[in-house]
Write a protein that binds this ligand. Sequence first.
Ligand code: ZN
Length: 463
Amino acid sequence: MATLTFLGATGTVTGSKYLFEHRDSSILVDCGLFQGLKELRLRNWMPLKINVHELGAVVLTHAHIDHTGYLPRLIKQGYNKAIYCTEATRGLLQIMLLDSAHLQEEDAKYANKRGTSKHKPALPLYSMEDAKQTIKLLKGIPYDTPFRPSPDIMMSFRDAGHILGSAFVIGRWDESGQERKIVFSGDLGRYERPILKDPSVILDTDYLLVESTYGKRLHNQGNPEEEIKRIVQDTYKRRGVVVIPAFSVGRTQELLYTLRELESAGEIPVLPVYVDSPMAIKATKLYAKHTEIYDKDAARLREQGIDVLQTARTEFTESVDASKRINASQDPCIIISASGMLTGGRILHHLIRRLPSPKNTIVFVGYQAVGTRGRALQNGKDKIKIHGMQIKSAAKIETINEFSAHADYREILSWLKQYKKAPKNTFIIHGEPDASINLQKLIKEELGWNTHIPQYQEKVRLD
Ligand SMILES: [Zn+2]
């Protein structure tokens, strides 16, 4: 009989890892890094409760590090078989795993310099070399194309509409002559967002894993396009600069798409738009290449020969020198740079230059975690520390929340309501405890389904 063990994303939104076992087959779906609280991060250092040498395959829902960032650690422990993912996810991981390894190495270096680690010397969780080995094992599979990662199970990917390459992983196996089916939602995307398609409709399954990041929250009903328009217009009137700290994958491309739409409709002036993050530039190239993920609107524009990811005056500033040259600009412009929470990266030198002037606007389009510079600015702090200097905050601070890539609970329920019959069991994962509990309550009230919120390392039977 098949079993499923929950090795992450229980009671939290990070560390996604699910071990599916059936007869001689053992498959890990997602291999995410724990992030956030120290208690969770320490789990990345503990031995994984899997015999890595018996593991037959790894299958990934999408490229985000909380779903893939543990892979190089798995490879370090001796895993050397295939890692299946969509073609676009493979492309993204070539960028993101190296970046993750770089951050791990930087953390270790920092701990050694400061003497903050018990271990002497502090070692990285994994190295660039481990990440390079991981990338070699990635196997790209197109959407809707069955593949057999292990003798006892067939799998396939369906578009989840969350980020480039994101997928629902569907597994099918035989249980005493009867076919059984499981759906792993990964992260569920949203409806009617720019570029990406809506999440695919699935009609039936025996077992379902559904994420609950926004199990207790609804996105604002406001229109992010309108908000961007207002902010660009206002800042332009003050002859100021709009600085947008953005996550490189997903958010940056949605912004470019939205700015292009507004510009071509004459709703905002044509301004220089700088995309100033090497990772964002690489990710944008992948979005331009993988047009199979485009929704109808984006596909139609593309057929008309329009590059949906470029405004009239977009400049991709690859080199450090080109990035620094933006500082010289006195005229209104838009700067999109990383990191999204101002924890590092090129965005910092733009803040040093632009934050002290009331003419400029800093626009947050993503979640700002507690303790970050981004959160401090959102909370109205009048100065923040960057590179040892106190930088005065006089610029206008704005936040647009609607750019989230996760479905809220209404959207999750809409997706579930498309199933023609109730799964035997629905496992609610990938949420803070109160979010998962709230989604469980809503599913019971509105659908009457059987659900379960699994505990860390819990093993369930799929009979
Ligand atoms: Zn995600």
